[in-house]
Design a protein around this ligand. Structure first.
Ligand code: NAP
Length: 338
């Protein structure tokens, strides 16, 4: 217990982050101060949001400082606790960052994990913020009804695959958009989408959506934006709802040209709502309990891709931003102490 292996942001990228923007360092071993818990990191998360967190632009969180460990959610096991209600051995989800050890304040701990519920890794995926994101976007904002048509982007990914399954549970017909033929088959064969489109193989995406959704689209769960949103908008029915979950298809600064959409929104009385799962964290225990019930009953499925060592984290981020991940992207840091 002398050093603390960290993946630090070495320089600020101007576009999509690359492996060379991160540096492997040996930081000081942290000490739990008053009202802090020292945790050993077990797993860290790799998320599309990190593309925005490392840039120097307006966002919902300040940029990660150059020279600091990369910001990330992680699962930690408490070793020393000066925090009322937390003791050695507890497993928590918190802002561990990409490092082996962290001293966390109460505000940096999201919640305690019940290891009996499911494998603990799910607390960063289907039974964590990923699950909450799909739940809020699909069930609160999309509100699919039986027989309606639901279109989902990043459909083979962590959020999208669950969003599609939640719509199926409501009796909707689901169509996924994804970036390879292999992922297209995964959407249909593993996640139960009624149809899926490999958007990279289509010259005219709006037409491909029209063929896959002959009755039009009632709910669009969008994590991509840009030309994908334009193609979906051309197929939205009167009264359709658009849940704006992410903008991974836009340049990092969010600037992109495209058609004006006001007339279509007006004429078809479309509702479009952005949301952040982090605004709904107060609901996470109830949502996780509901999702865990469906998971145990075999009514929803999930996939994970776990890189074996902390130093793989930057490469895992690059893989995800190139669409080469399948399932929730995680990095193993240490084993749980039984
Ligand atoms: N609003 C919220 O609170 C919230 C919370 C969590 C996540 N999100 C958003 O949800 C989305 C999915 O996140 P996730 O964690 O589940 O990741 P994920 O879907 O498992 O992985 C990201 C996927 O995005 C797709 N992608 C990457 N670059 C792209 C590009 N330039 N254009 C189009 N697609 C691209 C790739 O899938 P394909 O090969 O299929 O294109 C890639 O596999 C992201 O947009 C993320 O920002 C939002």
């Amino acid at each position: 217990m002398s050093g603390n292996l960290q993946i630090v942001l070495g320089r600020r990228p101007t576009a999509r982050p690359a492996v060379r923007d991160f540096v492997v360092c040996e930081g000081d071993f942290p000490v739990a101060g008053p009202d802090e818990a020292l945790v050993r990191t077990i797993l860290v998360s790799v998320d599309p949001a990190m593309r925005g967190w490392v840039l120097d632009g307006p966002n919902y969180l300040p940029p990660v400082p150059v020279g600091s460990p990369m910001r990330s959610f992680g699962i930690g096991q408490v070793v020393v606790s000066n925090l009322p209600g937390f003791g050695p051995g507890d497993l928590v989800v918190g802002m561990t960052g990409w490092q082996e050890w962290a001293a966390l304040r109460r505000t940096e701990i999201q919640r305690r994990i019940d290891p009996g519920l499911a494998p603990v890794s799910t607390a960063l995926g289907v039974l964590g913020v990923t699950g909450l994101t799909a739940y809020v976007g699909m069930l609160d904002i999309g509100r699919p009804t039986p027989g309606s048509t639901v279109l989902v982007t990043t459909a083979a990914g962590a959020v999208g695959s669950l969003a599609g399954q939640l719509a199926s549970l409501q009796g909707a017909r689901t169509v996924g958009l994804t970036g390879s033929d292999e992922k297209r088959r995964l959407c249909v064969e593993h996640f139960g989408f009624d149809a899926a489109i490999d958007y990279r193989a289509e010259d005219d995406l709006a037409e491909a959506i029209r063929c896959a959704c002959p009755d039009g689209v009632d709910v669009f769960f969008d994590s991509v934006g840009g030309a994908t949103l334009d193609a979906a908008l051309a197929n939205l029915n009167v009264g359709a709802r658009v849940a704006v979950c992410g903008t991974i298809g836009l340049p990092p600064d969010g600037e992109a040209d495209g058609p004006r959409i006001e007339r279509r929104i007006l004429v078809n009385r479309i509702s479009m709502q952005g949301f952040l799962a982090t605004d709904h964290l107060h609901r996470i225990d109830g949502v996780v309990e509901e999702l865990a019930g469906w998971l145990r009953a075999g009514r929803i499925r999930h996939r994970e891709e776990i890189s074996p060592v902390l130093t793989d984290a930057p490469a895992a981020l690059v893989r995800l931003l190139e669409g080469r991940n399948t399932g929730k992207s995680l990095v193993r840091v240490a084993d749980i102490d039984p």
